[in-house]
Design a protein. Structure first.
Length: 77
């Protein structure tokens, strides 16, 4: 019975976690962790109803890269 009482609360938290967008700071941290180096700038973009972050980073090798991060799932290329 205890599980049945907690089930709606568990699923509500689970669904909220799935729909939560990451913020620009989290996006920048993920890019920096993956590529290393120093974040130069972060911009928020809206395209076709979706939010992206455009992050410019100076890599450890001295190369400036621009990465777009999807705010919904945190994925980037």
């Amino acid at each position: 019975m205890l599980l049945a009482q907690n089930a709606p609360h568990f699923w509500q938290k689970h669904l909220l976690a799935q729909n939560k967008n990451i913020d620009s700071g989290e996006a920048a941290a993920r890019v920096q962790k993956k590529l290393g180096g120093r974040i130069l700038s972060v911009e928020t973009l809206q395209r076709n109803g979706k939010t992206f972050y455009r992050i410019k980073i100076l890599t450890r090798k001295g190369v400036v890269r621009v990465v777009r991060v999807n705010a919904e799932n945190g994925r980037f290329k």
